[in-house]
Design a protein around this ligand. Sequence first.
Ligand code: HEM
Length: 312
Amino acid sequence: MPSYKPHFPEIVDPGGVDASPYPRAMPITTDESRQATVSETGGEPLTDFAGTSNPYIDYQSIDLLLSLQHPRSDGYDEMCFFVMGQVKELLFRGLHFELVNAQMQIRDGKVDNALVILSRAKTMVEYIVRSWDVLSTITPDGFNQFRDTLGTASGQLSFMYRHVEFVLGNKNRKLAQAHRNVPHVWPAMEKALTSPSLYDDVIALLARQGHALEVNALERDWSETYKPSASVRDAWQKIYREPEADNALYRLGEALIGVDEQMSIYRWRHFISVHRIIGYKPGTGGSAGVGWLEHVTSHRFFPELWEIRTLF
Ligand code: HEM
């Protein structure tokens, strides 16, 4: 869209928004109160509210959320880029929640619960992958119209994405340290860097279930990127010799590789979309751009689960 200038419809007057990030006070309803309300409304939706807000707005601070879209240029494609960037941050937030909870269930030995959660996590990554269908409609000239306004901002500085990588085990102190000057973000980032990942908890579970593992697979500096271990590979190989529905560890291995596969597809879609939009120009974040993304595309979170494929 080289010359068409966008119209930005005004949706929310930012001057009226309660900008607090904390939950707003809200009344609770019950089956009984909802029944009583229906009797009063005769079955029609509520449309009269006291004060200056309504319960839908307050439940998720929707007016605040919808007052945060500020494209910085009049390039037509920037609104699409801006909204999709925010949507992806929210989806990574949701994905991270699922992965942390899967990890906690595994730590508690509740593998069946973890499997339910990992199934949703995989579906969420599939959904996030599809965001590239929209983003890759941004053309090279469309991107050029607003790229300068990004300054040195880059997705590589997404602390939410970094949390996802870290809970899955791809630790990287250098990339984490990009956030050390942000006091309300750094403590959680540093904790994620230095704590066991989901896969570290899976490996501890394998040991608790009787698999003989090398000590350095169980006790290590958690801030280091996970390095494949022969004993973990042997444990998975043994587990995969019984590919039965009642073999919970086998099902766990398959659930994990499903998430890993989708994350690989996500990285590949990012790489290929970026290639399509900016070719081999350098990234805004200081990297070589597409070459750097191609390199990170080859990462696998659970290497032994990939390795054993060759052994069968
Ligand atoms: C559509 C236009 C986009 C382009 C041209 C683009 C380009 C790039 C480039 C070149 C890099 C390498 C680092 C650097 O900037 O030097 C990168 C990294 C990254 N981008 Fe994008 N990007 C785009 C959209 C997005 C969006 C919408 C998100 C999600 C919020 C995102 C998330 C990331 C992440 C998380 C990384 C770091 C990857 C890693 O650590 O493995 N990108 N991007």
